[in-house]
Design a protein around this ligand. Structure first.
Ligand code: S3P
Length: 450
């Protein structure tokens, strides 16, 4: 189906091909974009709303498949959540400790955040039994990173491969406080343990090697939990048992979704885009710093704070990018943006090196292997490193057939690469974008001009 002069989709019941035809004179991008609600904040708003007392009102919730998985799980445990199809979603909380034993398996779909955060809550519900699963991608992702620290707190969790793979069975119990030193900077691990600590008498602390996104800490505080942060040691403490009361949450636009437009606007000649209402929490703005290091022309406008989260409009104009090295503490602050940064690197002059990002191998797909193989199909020079990528920029791309590997961020990153490739590109499995960005193709057609 033609969506615009250059964007076409071809759909079966379950799969969609996204076809991008770049005319010989190339494309340009212009317009104003509002990106969907932040995925991380959306999950947390639904979860905290479900376990708080009273009503939670959520404005701007991401209406993507991942938050739908979270909503489905918590509805299965007794929370009343209004349909996820409006600007305002309401959650009638059932109160901390009151999640009901579901009469079926809880299905987290494709969402690691749903499964890992939820495990902390389930494990701390004494006397109740839960079973949890997900799609084939999620069933292959490591759960030991949360199962082990929960077991140290006294949790009872069983599953395949030494209790590390879903489906998992959880027998809730009274947990004891812990100080967990996580070997990885992971907001999912941190949040799981803090959520488990809500019902624990005393202090539950997580220390991480570098600071990961802090949405849980901010939102727990807003819902009334006692939270202590030590920025010097990257530690967060919850003092339990907590009392949570329903709140109004305003979800800002997702910087991880804005990243596709930031890179598209930067690499496609004659482009200028304004992306409005983007969350710019400092634990998430690594993408802005990386693109600035590469010489991108990005301006933050109208900076403000909305319901405890910093927000800005982002204006991007095309500019010639240059290669750089992205590593260390910056990685957790842009972990989800590395696939699209790899696309920026392909069009940058010189070499870009991405290191310390081995976590990418256990995301929705092995994002290191998939990005290297798919970009190389288009003519890029990308080499896999054990913990990242080396990309020699400046080789023109040729339109090709590429695969999303059922990974939303890969599908959208390859679409952006195709904007700057000559001729026709087909992205197979483009329906994956609906996990975090249901309107991606429509917006692409709107801002993309021959
Ligand atoms: C998320 C944390 C990150 C990120 C994921 C969302 C969250 O995962 O990649 O998309 O909402 O807490 P890790 O905690 O595994 O790094």
């Amino acid at each position: 189906m033609p969506v615009s002069a250059v964007i076409t989709t071809k759909s079966t019941e379950t799969n969609q091909d996204l076809i991008i035809q770049s005319p010989p004179s190339g494309l340009s991008l212009s317009g104003t974009i509002t990106v969907p609600g932040d995925k991380s904040i959306s999950h947390r708003a639904l979860m905290l709303g479900a376990i708080a007392t009273g009503e939670t009102r959520i404005q701007g919730l991401l209406l993507g498949e991942d938050p739908r998985s979270t909503a489905g799980c918590f509805q299965g445990m007794g929370a009343e959540i209004s349909p996820l199809n409006t600007e305002l979603v309401t959650v009638q909380g059932i109160g901390l400790g009151n999640l009901q034993e579901p009469n079926d398996i809880l299905n987290a779909g494709n969402s690691g955040t749903t499964l890992r955060l939820m495990l902390g809550l389930l494990a701390s519900h004494p006397g109740r039994f839960f079973s949890v699963t997900g799609d084939s991608s999620l069933r292959s992702r490591p759960m030991s990173r949360v199962v082990k620290p929960l077991q140290e707190m006294g949790a009872h969790i069983w599953g395949r491969n030494g209790n590390s793979l879903a489906p998992l069975a959880v027998q809730g119990s009274v947990l004891k406080p812990t100080h967990y030193h996580s070997p990885i900077a992971s907001a999912q691990v941190k949040s799981c343990i803090l959520l488990a600590g809500l019902m624990v008498e005393g202090e539950t602390t997580v220390t991480e090697p570098a600071l990961s996104r802090d949405h849980s800490e901010r939102m727990l505080k807003a819902f009334g939990a006692k939270i202590r942060i030590n920025p010097e040691t990257n530690s967060a403490t919850v003092i339990g048992p907590a009392q949570l009361s329903g709140q109004t949450v305003i979800v800002p636009g997702d910087i991880s979704s804005a990243a596709f437009w930031l890179v598209a606007g930067a690499i496609v000649p004659d482009s200028q885009l304004l992306i409005e209402n983007v969350g710019v929490n400092p634990t998430r703005t690594g993408i802005l710093e990386a693109l600035e290091m590469m010489g991108a022309d990005i301006v933050r406008e109208n900076e403000r704070e909305v319901a405890g989260e910093p927000v800005a409009d982002l204006r991007v104009r095309h500019s010639q990018l240059k290669g750089c090295t992205i590593a260390g503490d910056l990685i957790p602050r842009l972990i989800d943006e590395i696939p699209i940064l790899a696309v920026a690197a392909v069009f940058a002059q010189g070499t870009t090196i991405i290191r310390d990002a081995a976590e990418l191998r256990v995301k929705e797909s092995d994002r290191i292997a998939v990005m290297a193989s798919q970009l190389n199909r288009m003519g890029a020079k990308a080499t896999e490193l054990p913990d990242g990528l080396e990309i020699i920029g400046g080789t023109p791309l040729t339109g090709s057939e590429v695969e999303s590997h059922a990974d939303h961020r890969i599908a959208m990153s390859l679409a952006v690469a195709a904007l700057n490739a000559s001729g026709t590109s087909t992205i197979h499995g483009a329906e994956a974008a609906a996990i975090s960005y249901p309107d991606f193709t429509t917006t692409l057609a709107k801002v993309c001009h021959p």
